[in-house]
Ligand binder design. Structure first.
Ligand SMILES: Cc1cc2nc3c(=O)[nH]c(=O)nc-3n(C[C@H](O)[C@H](O)[C@H](O)COP(=O)(O)OP(=O)(O)OC[C@H]3O[C@@H](n4cnc5c(N)ncnc54)[C@H](O)[C@@H]3O)c2cc1C
Length: 443
């Protein structure tokens, strides 16, 4: 079942022998990093094992939201929204970004009181975020049958088109001098006296002094082969898209039952607002203790299952030589099966809540593997024990919207210039320095 088709990005033909920075991974984080670095005059090579935005970055819901963020991510997300506002003009290409507003229903664990409490985290930022109820609320979602009592409305939140955005950023990075190689896995780092001296790709060696690992769900495997412990698991989320339908809601809406946002093609992207599948794999046991607070926090939304992934991951090499064919070459695009049960459930709930959807049909469904960390915030960090290596990964289901901001922060760290936001919360060493590592929902 092929996932959504991102705008194709052709590969450059020749692998450079020598660059300043190699970026591993052509998702929204890797391409945003490459763009920022190229704009600052740095020579950069981005290597993607499959196609640009083939994995999470084209499969996500397309939400660009500050609303209900972990407070530790708020400054970076605020910066990201500023970047999105000028991004199309900067790229000379469309990302589909629109500030359409997002409404979060007050229900379940996110009740009215919780939403109000979260709102306090952004009260100095002039977001226009407010609690809504009555006709105000119904006006945002005309003709719904849900009898909603209250919700949090974030007017500056919005959406972009995941199949357009990362490819557009990659092409713009190339315009500014970056080399973009697809079907080109990085197998391992090359070290001299413990420092980054280059990378080994499947097409040969490249010298560089800095590497950014932005490998999404593969980052743990890559880091592990380099001897670096990166706690990361994967969670599956299933998504559907509908045919165009009029007059559907402009505002995106998030409830426990379903999440919906309008697409540029006039259809809707719909998914369960909280249902995620966790395949039990060997890493579930290796990392079980570290993830316990996260499992507890998200218990109501996780469905654990034993599937073929157990065998796939159990049989996967965990270490290899630069001359070996690696797991990254065996799987060019991670394209998991969507859950039919989840699809049926969410489609029924969405149609019942918004009868306008009766006039639409499901035209595509897919799933994506979300890479998560134990505290559900990313790692955006230098690796102290391997000078020259940086990691930008673990965006835990909300990396699309924050991506352009993350790219800026990574570039700041690589170039050792003043960071656009304080990166301390995202340091890799939080997992080993005795810090309390747990999700913070902000309420
Ligand atoms: C179903 C779903 C819904 C989501 N909804 C939202 C949302 O609405 N809003 C939001 O903000 N976020 C959302 N997310 C999360 C968001 O999509 C991710 O956080 C974000 O795309 C992560 O970007 P990335 O660049 O880190 O990873 P990816 O997009 O997964 O990219 C990593 C890339 O690295 C490549 N790679 C890995 N290893 C190597 C190697 N050794 N050599 C070369 N290439 C390599 C992979 O092939 C891959 O293309 C959602 C995710 C999913 C799956």
């Amino acid at each position: 079942m092929p996932g959504p088709t991102p705008t194709p990005v052709d590969s450059d033909l020749n692998l450079p022998k020598n660059v300043d920075v190699v970026v591993i991974g052509g998702g929204i984080i890797g391409v945003s990093t490459a763009l920022e670095l190229a704009e600052r005059g740095v020579s950069v090579l981005l290597c993607e094992k499959g196609r640009i935005a083939g994995e999470q970055s084209s499969r996500n819901w397309g939400w660009v939201r500050l609303g209900m963020r972990d407070p530790r991510e708020i400054p970076l997300m605020h910066e990201a929204i500023r970047i999105w506002q000028g991004l199309d003009a900067r790229l000379g290409r469309a990302t589909g970004y629109v500030q359409s507003g997002i409404l979060f229903e007050a229900s379940g664990t996110r009740d009215d009181e919780n939403l109000r409490r979260w709102l306090r985290h952004v009260e100095t930022l002039q977001t226009g975020g407010r609690m809504v109820s009555g006709p105000d609320l119904d006006g945002l979602l005309p003709d719904n049958t849900m009898k909603l009592r209250s919700g949090l409305f974030m007017p500056q939140d919005g959406r972009a088109e995941p199949q357009w955005a990362a490819p557009a950023i990659a092409e713009a990075a190339r315009d500014r001098g970056a080399t973009i190689m697809t079907q080109c896995a990085v197998r391992s780092v090359d070290l001299e006296a413990g420092r980054i001296a280059g990378v080994f790709t499947e097409r040969g060696r490249v010298r560089c002094s800095q590497v950014v690992l932005a490998g999404g769900a593969w980052s743990r495997l890559f880091a592990g082969n380099a001897g670096i412990a990166l706690p990361q698991l994967k969670v599956l989320n299933t998504v559907l898209r509908t045919s165009p339908v009029q007059p559907g809601p402009e505002t995106s809406f998030w409830s426990d039952d379903f999440a919906i946002r309008k697409r540029a093609d006039g259809g809707y992207t719909i998914a369960s607002g909280h249902e995620n599948t966790v395949d039990i794999v060997p890493d579930s046991f290796r990392l079980g203790l570290q993830f316990m607070p996260a499992f507890r926090h998200e218990w109501h939304s996780l469905r654990f299952r034993l599937s073929r992934r157990w065998l796939t991951e159990a049989q996967q090499d965990r270490t290899w030589l630069p001359t070996d064919v690696t797991p990254f070459e065996h799987c060019r695009v991670l394209d998991p099966e969507p859950s039919q049960k989840a699809l049926r459930r969410v489609w029924a709930k969405a149609r019942k809540a918004m009868p306008v959807l009766d006039r639409a049909e499901i035209v595509q469904s897919w799933a994506g593997m979300i890479d998560v960390t134990p505290d559900a915030i990313p790692v955006i960090s230098a690796v102290d024990e391997m000078p020259g290596l940086h990691i930008a990964t673990g965006f835990s289901g909300h990396g699309f919207g924050i991506g352009p901001g993350a790219g800026r922060l990574v570039a700041d760290l690589v170039m050792q210039t003043e960071a656009c936001v304080d990166p301390a919360a995202f340091r890799l060493s939080r997992f080993t320095d005795g810090s309390a590592v747990r999700p913070d929902a902000g309420y």
